[in-house]
Design a binder for this molecule. Structure first.
Ligand code: UDP
Length: 383
């Protein structure tokens, strides 16, 4: 390990301290090491990989902090990530369950046919237009209006309203429109949830993939940055901080809101519970938002494919984040975006600290965008 003096005369053991062993931190750490820098990665959890962490249960890779399906249109990111794992050809096609009625997602001709009995794309488009006109929406101002103008009132009521209000804990007319624009609307029979050229799940699980990224890098787990801040800051010339930005500043300007998720995992003594990786419960009465059946993320684990007699399912319950919970989704509404902007200005003034990732930038990032953003930083930082 190299030791040298920084300009204050203190001995620094590392070029970089990376706080958080999730995707952002792991990409940075990997590239920094490759560039000949010394890096220490810490994480307060007992495991690496942040929220993409997977754990093997009865031969099934369980996504412990929520289902993660890698998808991207960014060739550079795809080529980057596939250095660390081979990916299977999983395609996300969730099913919506509304009081026992099943619908295809994303919204496509199968959905429209089941909802209205329409057969052709023209009929479906006309039905959506008729419902949009009836609602009198010209310029959608919030998620509710955006949803109705994209797919009409029936689909909004049965497949969007309940799910979204459970997921975000707020009425749809108080949520930003962009959230629903994540979902494609198609006048074709295509059940692929993502408009992405590249998609899949790393064979062997995400944890193995991140382990490969962190190969040869010093990682200390179970270390809370805030409990050891003074010592840790003295160890490195620069900090790459991927935790919540408001926590970094000790919530001095107020707390940013997050949504948290509680997972209730069950190992079932049956080979097939729901026949699909994800089933969304889109009514407002069912307390969970979705059930994930992890074995269907992988191939060769189906009843015919091999003899796996068991299955693991996770029910997801969405809740408002409170201290002690895991923050998952930033709530990018007006109030929080304004507060984040104030924190960002503070962060800019923080010398030798770089804020990144979903929590560090308070941004509803997908995995590919996190990787792209970490690679951008590497280009600027690791010269
Ligand atoms: N959504 C919905 N019904 C569904 C699935 C999603 O209304 O069955 C809405 C909901 O508002 C959600 C948003 O679409 O927050 C984005 O969904 P996505 O699946 O991208 O969310 P994530 O996988 O990131 O939780």
């Amino acid at each position: 390990m190299k030791k040298w003096k920084n300009n204050k005369g203190n001995i620094k053991m590392y070029d970089y301290l990376v706080v958080g062993a999730g995707l952002y931190g792991s990409v940075f750490a990997h590239e920094a090491k490759k560039a000949g820098k010394t890096v220490l990665v810490i994480d307060k959890r007992p495991n690496i990989a942040g929220n993409v962490y997977t754990e093997e249960v009865e031969g099934i890779h369980v996504h412990k902090y929520g289902a993660h399906i890698f998808h991207t249109n960014n060739k550079k990111v795809w080529e980057y990530i596939t250095q660390f794992a081979e990916f299977n050809r999983f395609t996300n096609s969730p099913v919506a369950n509304y009081h026992g009625e099943l619908y295809s997602l994303p919204f496509n001709m199968y959905t429209f046919n089941k909802m209205w009995g329409v057969v052709t794309p023209e009929e479906a488009a006309a039905k959506i237009e008729e419902q949009k006109q009836a609602a009198g929406i010209t310029e959608p101002k919030n998620l509710e209006e955006q949803a109705i103008s994209l797919v009409g009132t029936d689909i909004y009521e049965k497949l969007i309203k309940g799910y979204t209000e459970k997921q975000w804990g707020r009425p749809c007319d108080q949520l930003p429109a962009f959230i629903i624009k994540r979902l494609p609307v198609r006048l074709t029979f295509d059940n692929n949830y993502f408009n992405a050229l590249y998609q899949g799940i790393p064979i062997g699980g995400y944890t193995k993939m991140v382990e490969n990224m962190l190969d040869g890098i010093e990682v200390r787990l179970g270390i809370d940055y805030f409990e050891n801040r003074d010592q840790l800051d003295h160890l490195a010339n620069k900090v790459i901080y991927t935790g919540p930005i408001d926590a970094y500043f000790n919530f001095s300007l107020g707390t940013l809101e997050y949504r948290s998720v509680r997972f209730k995992d069950e190992l079932l003594d049956k080979p097939n519970f729901q026949g699909n990786a994800a089933v969304n419960y889109t009514d407002c009465e069912t307390p969970w938002t979705r059930i994930i059946e992890h074995k269907w993320f992988e191939f060769g684990k189906d009843a015919e494919g091999n003899d796996l007699p068991k299955t693991v399912i996770s029910r997801e319950y969405s809740s408002e984040w409170k201290p002690g919970d895991e923050p998952y989704y930033p709530v990018n509404d007006e109030k929080n975006s304004k507060l984040y902007e104030e924190y960002r200005r503070l962060a800019e003034k923080e010398q030798n600290v770089i804020f990144g990732g979903r929590l560090g930038e308070y941004k509803y990032y997908d995995m590919d965008a996190v990787i792209a953003s970490a690679l951008d930083l590497c280009e600027k930082e690791l010269i």
